[in-house]
Design a protein around this ligand. Structure first.
Ligand code: CA
Length: 226
């Protein structure tokens, strides 16, 4: 899952980026509202965290502008404690949630995960596909009774595929949601990671969950038609 962070204060941005990356999110950091707005228009982010007070275009203006352009990813706004008017303004501009600074990183990630669940209409934190289980909070992955160890990218890739079960995903879509903007779109990095993931998830199993969609990309599917 890929997240856009717009925050002008470097210390706070680094705190947020470190926290989100620890939770295995791919993150892009914009330090102005204008830059973040441009990125959000061209990239398909899964969620966004905007500071309200930015020099130039404010977080509220970015939020309003994106909603006018029918960009509907979950947005959490950040502002200083006790600013009730800004909270109302942020929610009216189309933000889904609001968090006052200072906050605990665990609360921000918990709120992001709650919004991602609402988005995909999934119930509970744990994702399941047949006998495969992935817990985004504890980072545990299990198939049947066997625990599976994945590295950061494999985990993020599997989480994205499990959230879009049954949907064919192009390499471009996968790159966009699992890697940050520093990924090189001209390499076979997606295929390489799919291969590693298959070895850990599907090798030796009667039912293969990761399917190749020829001429298109990949999908994760529980029924074994292919
Ligand atoms: Ca600020």
């Amino acid at each position: 899952m890929r997240i856009l962070v717009i925050e002008d204060e470097r210390d706070i941005a680094e705190f947020i980026l470190r926290g989100l990356r620890t939770e295995l999110f791919a993150v892009d950091w914009a330090n102005t509202g204008e830059e973040g707005f441009q990125w959000a228009k061209v990239n398909d982010y899964d969620a966004a965290v905007f500071d309200v007070r930015l020099p130039g275009m404010s977080g509220i203006e970015v939020c309003r502008g994106l909603r006018e352009r029918k960009k509907n990813m979950p947005i959490i706004m950040l502002s200083v404690m006790g600013d009730a008017m800004t909270k109302v303004e942020a929610l009216n501009a189309g933000a889904d949630d609001y968090l006052a600074k200072p906050f605990f990183m665990a609360e921000l990630t918990a709120r992001i995960r709650a919004l991602l669940r609402r988005e995909r209409q999934t119930v509970g934190a744990v994702l399941r596909a047949a006998d495969l289980m992935l817990d985004p909070v504890s980072h545990a992955v299990q198939r049947g009774r066997r625990r599976i160890n994945l590295n950061r990218k494999e985990f993020a890739l599997l989480e994205y595929m499990m959230r879009h079960q049954g949907t064919p995903l192009t390499r471009g879509m996968i790159l966009e949601h699992v890697w940050d903007m520093n990924a090189d779109p001209f390499t076979n990095t997606v295929d390489v990671h799919i291969r590693f993931l298959r070895q850990k998830i599907d090798t030796g199993r009667a039912i293969k969950l990761i399917k190749t969609v020829h001429g298109y990309g990949y999908k994760l599917e529980t029924s074994d038609h292919s």
